[in-house]
Write a protein that binds this ligand. Structure first.
Ligand SMILES: [Zn+2]
Length: 340
C-alpha cells in the first residue's frame, strides 16, 4: 500500500482527529479522475461540523475532512484531457450526478443525489486527494494560493448568494460578518457589482480597504445606524450567515421590497419571524447553497482585484488548533492550512 500524510478521525470529536503518516494514498479509481497534490486548504465552519459529528452523513469512516482545496495536478486518468501534471487547480466541492433535474438546470450544488466532497467523500486535509475531472478547475499562474484556497467555499458561496438575490447597481447591501470568510469576499463582490456596501464588523480599516462604503462596529446600534446611513429607507439586500444571534437586527434592517439571503447559521438556526412584517413590506427570504461550476469559473476569470486576508496559518500537524481557531473571538480574517 502506498501511503500519505492525512488528518483522519474514526469517531466524531475534534480530539479524535489525528494526523497520520500511514493513510492510504488515493488511487485514480475511474479513467476521468484526477489526483491532486494539496497545497493550501481553507478552514471553514463546515469542517468543524464534519469533525464534530453534527453532519450525520459523513462517509467513509475513518474520514479525512477538508472542503476547500487548492493544489497541483499530480496524475490524471486515461480519459482526462486538458490537464497535465503540475497544473495549478482548485476543487469544486460538490458531488453531483449530472443527470437529475437540478443538474440539468445547471444547479449541480443542489443535485438530488449529491452532496459535498469532505462530507460524503474524503476531503483535502491530506497530501493528496482524487476527484473527478469535472470538479477540477485550472487557475492562472499569477493567482496567489490563499485566494485560490478561498474560491471553492468562501468566494463561491458569497458570489452565488449575491446572484440569488439579484443584487443591482446602487442598491444598499448590508453584510453581517464582513471580516469573516464569506463576508470579506461579499464586500468586494458587492462593490464590484455596483452596490453601496454597509459592512458589520469590528475591523474598520481593512474592511474599508476591501471596498465597504460604511462600517458598523457598534453591534448594539446596527438598526439605528442603518437607518441613518440610508436616510430611513433601510437596505435593499442583507447577507446574514450568522444565524439567530443577528437575525432580529438583520430583519429590521430590510427596507420595503428588500431581500435577505442566508447560507449559514454559525450562532444557531431557529429564528423568530414576524410574518406580518414579511408580507406588508414585501420582503423576500432567500436560502442559498454553495454555487454553480459556472460561477466558480466566473470567479477564476475575474479574480484580478479579489483579495483575502489571512489571520492565521497552521501546518497540517496542527489541524486541531486550526479548527479551534475558527471560533476564536479574536478572529479577523481567514485560517489557512499549509499542507506539506
Ligand atoms: Zn443531479
Amino acid at each position: 500500500m502506498i501511503v500519505m500524510i492525512a488528518a483522519v478521525f474514526d469517531k466524531p470529536g475534534i480530539e479524535n482527529l489525528k494526523v497520520m503518516d500511514s493513510v492510504e494514498k488515493p488511487k485514480l479509481a475511474n479513467p476521468d479522475d484526477v489526483l491532486i497534490k494539496v497545497n493550501v486548504a481553507g478552514v471553514n465552519p463546515i469542517d468543524n461540523l464534519v469533525v464534530s459529528g453534527s453532519i450525520p452523513t459523513v462517509s467513509p469512516i475513518p474520514h479525512i475532512p477538508g472542503a476547500e482545496v487548492s493544489g497541483t495536478v499530480d496524475d490524471i486518468g486515461s480519459e482526462v484531457d486538458g490537464l497535465k501534471k503540475g497544473d495549478r487547480v482548485v476543487i469544486y466541492k460538490q458531488v453531483f450526478d449530472g443527470k437529475c433535474d437540478m443538474c440539468l438546470s445547471g444547479l449541480d450544488m443542489i443535485c438530488r443525489n449529491g452532496g459535498s466532497i469532505s462530507v460524503i467523500t474524503n476531503g483535502g486535509f491530506a497530501e493528496y486527494i482524487a476527484v473527478p475531472h469535472r470538479n477540477v478547475f485550472k487557475i492562472p499562474d499569477d493567482m496567489d494560493w490563499d485566494l485560490a484556497a478561498s474560491l471553492p467555499v468562501a468566494a463561491l458561496t458569497s458570489f452565488h448568494a449575491l446572484n440569488e438575490v439579484h443584487l443591482k447597481v446602487n442598491e444598499f447591501l448590508l453584510i453581517f460578518g464582513a471580516s469573516g470568510n464569506t463576508g470579506m469576499i461579499a464586500t468586494q463582490l458587492g462593490k464590484k457589482m455596483g452596490a453601496k456596501v454597509i459592512a458589520v464588523s469590528k475591523e474598520q480599516e481593512w474592511v474599508r480597504d476591501f471596498g465597504a462604503d460604511y462600517v458598523i462596529s457598534e453591534y448594539d446600534r446596527i438598526v439605528e445606524q442603518v437607518r441613518e446611513i440610508t436616510s430611513g429607507k433601510m437596505v435593499d439586500v442583507v447577507i446574514n450567515s450568522l444565524g439567530v444571534k443577528t437575525w432580529d437586527s438583520s430583519f429590521e434592517s430590510i427596507g420595503v421590497n428588500g431581500r435577505l439571503v442566508s447560507f449559514g447559521v454559525l450562532t444557531g438556526a431557529d429564528v423568530k419571524l414576524n410574518v406580518q412584517a414579511l408580507y406588508s413590506k414585501q420582503i423576500k427570504l432567500i436560502g442559498s447553497h454553495s454555487g454553480t461550476r459556472r460561477e466558480l469559473k466566473d470567479l477564476i476569470d475575474n479574480h484580478d482585484k479579489l483579495q483575502v486576508k489571512a489571520w492565521k496559518r497552521f501546518n497540517l500537524d496542527n489541524i486541531q488548533q486550526a479548527l479551534q481557531a475558527l471560533s476564536s473571538k479574536e478572529r479577523s480574517g481567514r485560517i489557512f492550512l499549509d499542507v506539506p
